[in-house]
Design a binder for this molecule. Structure first.
Ligand SMILES: [Zn+2]
Length: 319
C-alpha cells in the first residue's frame, strides 16, 4: 500500500474536526487517551473475533442506509468481514466502534482512531457501513479510507505538534523510537507520520525481512507499505518500490533482530542526478522497518554496484 496526500481543502476540514476533539479534551499532553476521546464523542466500543461474532450479528440486523436495507442476506456482512479481514468497523446508528480483537493489541489503537474519524466526518456517515466495497466504488472507498487514516494520524500525533517535536532532531531511528514512546503509537505508524511530515525527500518501507525468510518455503521479500514524502514523490518519482527494495536488500544483514542496515546509499533523481540518502532498517522479529532520508547531492563519483540496474536504470546502490 502507498501513502497518498489529501487535497488541501479536505485535509483542512478533517483537521478542523481533530482540533475540535483535542480542544474538547482540554488540550491534553501525549499520549492520547482514546477512552477520553470516546467519552467526549459519546462513542461506545466493542470487540469482535472469529470466535465471538455476536457484535457483528447485531450489526447485520441493522445494516441500513437511510430506509434502505443494504444487505439482502443477513450473513453477508460476516462473510465480507472475514473475507476481507477487516480490522475494525463503525456502526453509525449505534455510535459504536467495533475492533477485531484477534489483531495484535498494539494495532487496536490505530483502528480505533480511524473509526473515530469516520464517526466525526459528516460526509462519511452515509458513505460507509462497515467499510465494505458493496456500498462504494473502489476509488471512493479508497478516498474515504485515506481520509480516515489521515485523521487518525493527525489525532494520535497531535496535529502539528509532532512535526515540531520531530524537527528538533535528525530524522533517524533514535527519533522514531523516542516519538513512539512519547505518542504511544506503533513504530510503523510513527514512521508513516514522520515520512509524511518531512519536507525533505524521504522514504519509508515496512515489509518482510529484506533477506527473505529463514524458511525457504516462505515467499521472498514483500513490501507492505511504501511511504513517500511529498518532495520524494516530486523529485524521485522514477524510484519504484521494487528498485528501493533492491537497494535495501543489498545493504541489509541477515540478522533476525534489531538493526539490519545503517549506511549511505545513492538514489538517482528524476533529472538523472545522484543523491545521497541515509538508510536505516530495523527488524522487530516480525517485519523490517526502514527509512531512507535525503542528505545531499553525491558530488564525488563513487563506484556503483549493479543493484537494480537490470530492472531500473534510474537507481544504483553503493556497497
Ligand atoms: Zn475505514
Amino acid at each position: 500500500m502507498r501513502n497518498r496526500f489529501l487535497d488541501e481543502r479536505t485535509a483542512r476540514d478533517i483537521d478542523t474536526l481533530v482540533a475540535k476533539i483535542l480542544r474538547g479534551l482540554g488540550g491534553p499532553e501525549p499520549p492520547l487517551v482514546l477512552d477520553d476521546v470516546r467519552a467526549l464523542q459519546k462513542l461506545d466500543r466493542q470487540y469482535y473475533s472469529s470466535i465471538d461474532d455476536g457484535p457483528l450479528r447485531e450489526f447485520v440486523s441493522r445494516a441500513y442506509i437511510g430506509a434502505k436495507q443494504v444487505f439482502a442476506r443477513p450473513t453477508l456482512i460476516l462473510e465480507v468481514v472475514r473475507k476481507r479481514s477487516l480490522k475494525a468497523l463503525y456502526l453509525p446508528d449505534r455510535k459504536r466502534v467495533l475492533i477485531d480483537s484477534s489483531q495484535p493489541k498494539l494495532k487496536w489503537r490505530w483502528s480505533e482512531a480511524h473509526e473515530i474519524v469516520h464517526d466525526g466526518v459528516p460526509w462519511h456517515q452515509d458513505a460507509m457501513f462497515g467499510d465494505t466495497e458493496y456500498t462504494l466504488s473502489p476509488a471512493c472507498h479508497e478516498q474515504i479510507e485515506a481520509e480516515a487514516n489521515y485523521g487518525a494520524g493527525r489525532l494520535l500525533f497531535f496535529q502539528d505538534q509532532f512535526r515540531e517535536f520531530a524537527s528538533g532532531s535528525e530524522p533517524t531511528f533514535e527519533l522514531i523510537k523516542s516519538a513512539t514512546k512519547r505518542y504511544g503509537n506503533t513504530m510503523t505508524s510513527t514512521i508513516w507520520r514522520l515520512v509524511e511530515a518531512l519536507d525533505i525527500p524521504a522514504l519509508g518501507i515496512v515489509g518482510s525481512h529484506p533477506r527473505g525468510s529463514a524458511d525457504p518455503n516462505r515467499p521472498a521479500q514483500q513490501c507492505r507499505y511504501f511511504i513517500r514524502s511529498r518532495t520524494f514523490i516530486g523529485r524521485f518519482g522514477s524510484v519504484t518500490e521494487d528498485a528501493a527494495c533492491a537497494v535495501l536488500r543489498a545493504h541489509s544483514s541477515f540478522r533476525r533482530g534489531g538493526p539490519i542496515a545503517d549506511g549511505d546509499v545513492i538514489l538517482v533523481d528524476d533529472r538523472g542526478e545522484r543523491q545521497l540518502f541515509h538508510l536505516e532498517s530495523f527488524y522487530n522479529g516480525h517485519e523490517a522497518l526502514t527509512i531512507f532520508v535525503h542528505r545531499r547531492p553525491a558530488l564525488v563519483r563513487m563506484p556503483v554496484s549493479g543493484v537494480g540496474s537490470q530492472k531500473n536504470a534510474s537507481i544504483r546502490a553503493r556497497r
